[in-house]
Design a binder for this molecule. Structure first.
Ligand code: C2E
Ligand code: MG
Ligand code: MG
Length: 624
């Protein structure tokens, strides 16, 4: 090992120059920025006699990409530091500070923690006074030399620690070190662009997250470890944004991109640094977590759901986006990563089927479900032509006397093999496949035909029809036109038609929805909010949207034994009264529930206790 002064005495020794040549060659030929920085750090270590060297460099002047190499430190120190993300802001501050005060090299003596001192370099402190420092290096002293690229732009710094001599280097040695670092900075150019290329190949350009390839490699490594008998439990979380397609379709791809970027950033922020977060495809992300105890998994799920649920402010709008997450353990039963990913994906679809915005752990029974879904997907396109869709009608009654006041159209798919299917099992698929509009139009058309019939039966015409609308339908610009056609064609009273929309669908694209809703109202059709109380900011809609009523979500009704639920229902009923809105309670299954609701002042109700959803003929005869 050479002493610190080796390079500074005269022309330098031949061995030093040889070593310098070797280091330069290594840095120039390095396949990545990391390996170039490692060679450089080794050079500082050998030529100038420092035990520890830290190097930090950016791949691009303003890039997010900071690489850090640590040489000579004990393994545990390195392990700990390498998990810490390098903060771009702190990095910039450091470099700016260096330039502002000290040109290139600065020393941070432990005794004067408040100041960065240039004096060691120039022999003059910032006040102009000549200063003397103790010659012994203190453990807490710090020295930083800036690293510049070919054009003189600062790209990082080098910080050596623990001089072998035990002494603070003198000004001449520091200059020699700076010359060395400057030289190396130029040689780094090549490695930086290599590194950039490699980064681009392994990272998603939109979100900056690692790509599917990287995730697969990490997962393969995890699976191998498990198969070798490593007991650290690991799990894959597979995440898909709910109804993301409707954002792309209605607000455009740029807005969609912004949502993806924001969602990726939130994921990266809330998931622990040591776990891999990758973008797998379109709106799909995956997280590989280690140390995956049930508690850690559920904690991670909690924070991820919470972080993603916050409204997104995109292009002047507020958008709410949720995610469905599937979980698969990385266990030794799996023979390939494809199987792990398949199961996580299956669990994710299960979560979607259960109503989205939730997570599901994979269980083997989900395979059956996945096969069924596949077959549904294959048949869904032809189901309309084959006339396999049927609309059922569930009466909504006046709680006071049980008389039928309205019916709600509820779609069923009469599947040739699987029998009658409820919307939860196929509507999400229809949405995904872009079939929601034709399916929705079929329902609207059937319901209007039925309403015309019922209005003829009931001379007083006092029967109403409720039809559910999905987000994609609400956002169809020609929906008002279509409704007007239906009203004219069937000769129905539009005020007897009520469209049910959920809070989430309003929220998904508030501005545009508000416009469409006004136009729908202009046709004379009424609007009501479905599943009220489950959304994000229900009360706001009551004030801002042109609605005529709302339906209290089933969850409150099934919970009526609970004091809190009862109080909420009471509050909602009062709210309805105060705002002159119709209030309907959904999912009434027992006489007790019906009585309680009546006592709380709720006017209308719907549920199996009164009537199940019925075929059209039965409703007709019920009302005749
Ligand atoms: P929703 O609009 O809240 O409809 C009420 C759901 O509760 C219906 O489920 C109904 O069958 C069910 N239900 C009725 N009485 C009871 C009861 O006493 N207890 C319980 N637990 N449930 C009861 P369904 O038919 O499976 O529909 C589920 C959801 O699918 C609907 O919720 C609605 O959001 C959607 N949907 C149904 N038909 C259509 C449609 O034509 N278009 C669109 N876009 N969505 C639809
Ligand atoms: Mg409904
Ligand atoms: Mg509902």
């Amino acid at each position: 090992m050479h002493s610190i002064g080796a390079l500074t005495t005269g022309a330098g020794s031949v061995t030093d120059l040889e070593r310098l040549f070797e280091i330069t060659r290594d840095v120039l030929g390095a396949p990545s920025l990391d390996s170039a920085l490692t060679s450089l750090a080794r050079g500082v270590h050998e030529l100038f006699g420092w035990r520890f060297v830290t190097m930090v460099a950016a791949e691009e002047p303003d890039g997010e990409l900071l690489r850090r190499v640590m040489l000579g430190y004990p393994a545990d120190v390195i392990a700990q530091r390498l998990h810490e993300r390098i903060d771009r802001e702190a990095f910039d501050e450091m470099l700016q500070g260096a330039v502002r005060f000290f040109e290139d090299c600065y020393f941070f003596p432990a005794e004067e923690e408040a100041h960065w001192e240039r004096s060691i370099y120039t022999g003059v402190n910032p006040n102009g006074a000549v200063r003397k420092y103790p010659s012994q290096w203190n453990e807490r002293d710090a020295l930083v030399l800036t690293l510049r690229d070919r054009d003189g732009i600062m790209i990082g710094y080098m910080s050596p620690d623990g001089p072998v001599s035990g002494e603070i280097p003198n000004a001449q040695t520091l200059r020699a070190m700076q010359v060395f670092v400057n030289l190396m900075g130029m040689a780094l150019t090549n490695a930086r662009s290599q590194s950039r290329l490699q980064y681009e190949a392994t990272h998603d350009s939109l979100t900056g997250l690692p790509s599917r390839t990287v995730f697969s490699m990490e997962l393969a490594r995890a699976l191998e470890a498990v198969q070798r008998g490593d007991h650290d439990p690991r799990a894959v979380l597979y995440l898909d944004l709910d109804e993301f397609k409707s954002i792309n379709d209605t607000l455009g791809h740029l807005a969609g991109d912004d949502v993806l970027k924001e969602a990726a950033a939130r994921l990266r922020t809330v998931v622990e640094d040591r776990f891999t977060v990758a973008r797998m495809a379109g709106d799909e992300f995956a997280v590989l977590i280690g140390d995956a105890t049930p508690e850690r998994i559920s904690d991670t799920l909690d924070i991820v759901h919470k972080a993603l649920r916050h409204p997104y402010h995109i292009a002047g709008r507020e958008i709410v986006m949720t995610a469905s997450i599937g979980i698969a353990p990385v266990d030794s039963q799996y023979t390939s990563i494809a199987e792990v990913l398949r199961d996580a994906d299956t669990a994710m679809y299960h979560a979607k089927g259960e109503g989205r915005n939730r997570s599901a752990r994979f269980t083997p029974s989900m395979h059956q479900e996945a096969l069924r879904r596949l077959s549904l997907r294959m048949h869904l396109r032809t189901a309309i032509e084959q006339q396999e869709f049927v609309v059922m009608y569930q009466p909504i009654v006046a709680l006071a006397d049980g008389s039928i006041r309205a019916v709600e159209a509820l779609l069923r798919w009469n599947h040739p093999e699987q029998g009658y299917l409820t919307p939860a099992s196929f509507l999400p698929l229809a949405e995904e496949m872009g079939l929601m509009i034709p399916v929705g139009r079929f329902v609207l058309q059937s319901a209007c035909a039925e309403l015309a019939k019922l209005q003829r039966i009931r001379r007083d015409r006092r029967i109403r029809m409720n039809v559910n609308l999905s987000v994609q339908e609400v956002l169809q610009p020609d929906l008002p036109g279509f409704l007007r056609e239906l009203v004219d064609y069937f000769g129905i009273d539009p005020a007897q038609l009520s469209l049910e929309i959920t809070e989430t669908s309003i929220l998904q694209s508030e501005m545009r929805a508000a416009g469409v809703l006004e136009q729908i109202r202009a046709v004379g059709v009424e609007l009501c909010i479905d599943d009220f109380g489950t959304g994000y900011s229900s009360l706001r809609y009551i004030k801002s949207l042109p609605i005529d009523g709302f339906k209290i979500d089933q969850t409150f009704i099934s919970d009526l034994n609970d004091v809190k639920s009862r109080q909420i229902v009471e509050m909602l009923v009062r709210l309805g009264d105060a705002c002159d809105l119709d209030v309907t309670a959904e999912g009434i299954e027992t006489a007790t529930q019906a009585e309680r609701l009546l006592a709380l002042g709720c006017a209308y109700g719907q549920g199996l206790y009164f009537h199940a959803p019925l075929p059209a003929e039965m409703v007709t005869s019920l009302l005749s």
